[in-house]
Design a protein around this ligand. Structure first.
Ligand code: SAH
Length: 365
């Protein structure tokens, strides 16, 4: 059976070609693009500016949405986690993080993840499938509609982070296509400068991204200052060890434009990678490579059955102070949505009690 074409994953140009092939005039393609991406409508039936017969034809061959929202969890801190399902019944999770200045949406690039980072719950799922461009864009549309309402403008714009489930650089093509679709001023108009992509260290793709002019910000997950420890925590290190990874980072840093961010992430695991000597090793490593990027320290988000716990706050502060004393800028990231399994490394399609359903109804009404 031919699957219905998912129109949310098409650029405006591709949508024009699609409707022309159906025998409709090209402006219908532009109309559908605006309806899907700028107005964020979720079905052809809502597109009342299209002739009814045309909508019926579209319903036969195409679809506007392939993800179904199964659960919506709300944290005491206002963070929302959406547990969705693809057409082939695979879990996709997206997190909406309200913030003072600009809200952030954290999206997934894969269902599950093939990398086996020892401290991450998503790893326990294994790779189920890489998501398509349309499935990436749709996650953003679902989260925006729930937060602000269909057809409503985002109040202050949003930031996007590819830090949900999966390794974005193993989903490079669909990710870049999704970014292209979302950047269109006639659609969502979320430009790459508002997007941060986090990688566990797929070196060839870091080098490829360095050559792309209109690109998202880059974040690299380090988690350890030595190959010995990193091999254990992040097996991808055996394929691309620290020296290769940091050489690619040096290349990337050379290509930075004014105002462009580039950061390292360092998950802090109690008694594993958080000692004073680890801090000195980390600072020396970055300084030896001449890297000036900032380090984000992320206290581990615990989840059964992960064999780790977060470093105590004093140790995180000490670690930060040592980095700074050696000229490395560091910031401690505040965990968000831990109570609903929405924090970094906790996405594994868990069903948790909807403790704040009441709050949710208040927001929705
Ligand atoms: N695969 C990509 C993006 C997803 S993970 C990557 O590895 O960068 C996003 C961030 O969460 C990474 O920096 C990762 O190291 C971190 N992380 C994973 N599990 C975590 C956990 N349990 N607690 C805190 N951070 C975690």
């Amino acid at each position: 059976m031919n699957q219905a074409v998912h129109l949310t994953g098409l650029t405006e140009g591709e949508l024009v070609a699609f409707v022309e092939e159906m025998g409709a005039p090209s402006y219908r393609g532009r109309q559908i693009f605006a309806a899907l991406q700028a107005r964020r409508l979720r079905s052809f039936d809502e597109m009342t500016d299209l002739p009814k017969i045309f909508r019926e034809k579209l319903n036969e061959r195409a679809t506007t949405s392939t993800l179904t929202v199964e659960e919506r969890y709300i944290s005491t801190d206002g963070t929302r986690r959406y547990l969705m399902k693809t057409r082939d019944n695979l879990p996709v999770e997206t997190v909406f993080i309200p913030e003072e200045r600009r809200d952030t949406i954290c999206f997934s690039s894969q269902s599950g993840c093939p990398l086996q980072c020892d401290f991450c719950l998503t790893a326990k799922l294994g790779l189920l499938r890489t998501l398509e461009a349309g499935e990436i864009v749709e996650q953003i549309i679902v989260a925006l509609n729930d937060a602000y309402g269909v057809s409503r403008k985002t109040p202050r714009g949003v930031n996007l982070v590819a830090m949900g489930a999966g390794e974005p650089f193993l989903a490079f093509e669909p990710l870049m296509k999704a970014l292209k679709i979302m950047a269109d001023p006639k659609g969502l108009h979320i430009v790459p400068a508002r997007v941060t992509v986090s990688t566990a260290g797929v070196v060839p793709k870091i080098r490829e991204l360095a050559k792309i002019p209109d690109r998202p910000h880059l974040a690299i997950s380090l988690a350890a200052p030595t190959d010995e420890l990193r091999d254990q925590l992040m097996p991808i290190n055996k394929r691309w060890p620290l020296d290769e990874l940091l050489s690619a980072c040096v290349e990337f840093e050379k290509s930075l434009k004014p105002g462009e961010r580039f950061t390292f992430e360092y998950v802090m695991l109690d008694g594993v990678n958080d000692s004073e000597s680890h801090a000195r090793q980390l600072a020396n490593l970055l300084n030896r490579h001449g890297l000036r990027a900032k380090v984000n320290l992320i206290p581990h988000n615990p989840a059964e059955p992960l064999p780790y716990s977060p470093s105590p706050p004093e140790r995180v502060e000490k670690f930060k102070a040592i980095l700074e004393s050696k000229g490395v800028r560091a910031l401690v990231r505040r965990p968000r949505g831990r109570d609903i399994y929405a924090a970094c490394g906790q996405l594994a399609a868990r069903r948790t009690p909807n403790i704040n359903q009441q709050a949710l109804h208040k927001i929705a009404s």
